[in-house]
Design a protein around this ligand. Sequence first.
Ligand code: ATP
Length: 456
Amino acid sequence: LKYTLEQLSAYAKQYGFIYQGSEIYGGLANTWDYGPLGVHLKNNIKQLWWKKFVSQNKLNVGLDSSILLNPKTWEATGHLDGFKDPLMDCKECKTRYRADNLIADTSKGKVDADGWSYDKMYQYIIDNEIHCPHCGGFNFTEIREFNLMFKTQQGVTSESNNDIYLRPETAQGIFLNFKNIQRTSRKKVPFGIGQVGKSFRNEITPGNYIFRTREFEQMELEFFCVPGTELEWFKYWKEFSKQFLLTCGLKEENIQFHDHPKEKLSFYSNATTDILFAYPWGFDELWGIASRTDYDLSRHQEFSGENLEYLDPNTNESYLPYVIEPSLGVERLFLAILLDSLEEETLEDGSSRTLLRISKDLAPYQVNVLPLVKKYHAEKAEEVYDLLLENFTAFYDETGNIGRRYRRADAIGTPYCVTIDNQTEEDGTVTIRDRDSMEQIRLHINELTGYFKKLF
Ligand code: ATP
């Protein structure tokens, strides 16, 4: 039984995963802050991706580029003129629509508004008497363009030549550094460059909790390969990405590939797939994987005047490599992981517990340290806590009865609890409780570090 978004967000707030942004000021729409548990989980997700795609991957290297890039970047990519949506408002209820969606949603056949002029879309809406789906009105503003990039000014004056944009994807910082990285890392094609960082899009309809926000984080790989081999690599990264999701603990039946049909591909792409996850509102995009040919490099070569070709040392031929791009949102994966891990488990005695059955690699805390009775065991427990903090993410919890503290540890997915009791004073042993089986064993304090090192 899956949690609804409402139940999940209540849970995430209660335990300190996610709070509404700027809450004491009444919030700021669609912003979210990650609390003590959320920040651990987010970091663990990013670290796991980094490990699998970069630091422990023979094929790839890493990068951390600026969020602010020379605005020419966005001329080259087409973001400055292509990153626009045709917007119109209902004059009566003020609901804002994308004109092309309005056409597609209300007409019987599926209208593909791509390539239509704004005049043509507007005329279609009038001629076909498409009414406002919200209030039923038939009185729209004309269609305006809307740029999804956040614009700001660099420097103190607000002249337009100081216009600068927050990046809408991390990918372009990679393309801009392709030459630098290839030269300095001495990597030979095929190789990839991975990056994790914030991106910003002034989305018209953000929502579904943390699924679509205006500020978000991406984990992107640009994989450069010999032209003609791209479809093999596309297949390779599709499978690799799916395996990564399984490593994150997502259930296979909740993951689906959606291959874009030929006629829906961007003009520069010869293959694109979305990995969809079964979110509470249905299967939706978690991860986009695209074969982008040499589009990005060739555009940057043209606009910068720099030669971005790669000289193949074996054949002495120069060419622009083709690119496979798996692009994953941190928050979308965060949400999928919580949805697939959280359960209400019925126990043998008929009682139930909230259990976050999250992978050990991702759990916000690895170990909870609990004195059985605060008054008698806190001092020893603090010692054990200090010891474990040297190697593990540990949490100390001393208030409430022990059963309740175990339940709390289960609810936040802590794989192990270490409990200090009377026997600890006598023989130096503690109890270790396993989250999933709830089984308990005793170990000497001196053995703890070695024991957990084997498990994590
Ligand atoms: P969508 O169709 O859902 O808007 P997209 O196709 O525009 O997504 P891409 O440009 O392919 O998305 O971005 C790659 C990935 O970045 C997406 O698969 C998603 O995981 C993440 N992402 C994109 N936009 C957002 C957003 N507004 N909020 C959170 N994550 C996002």
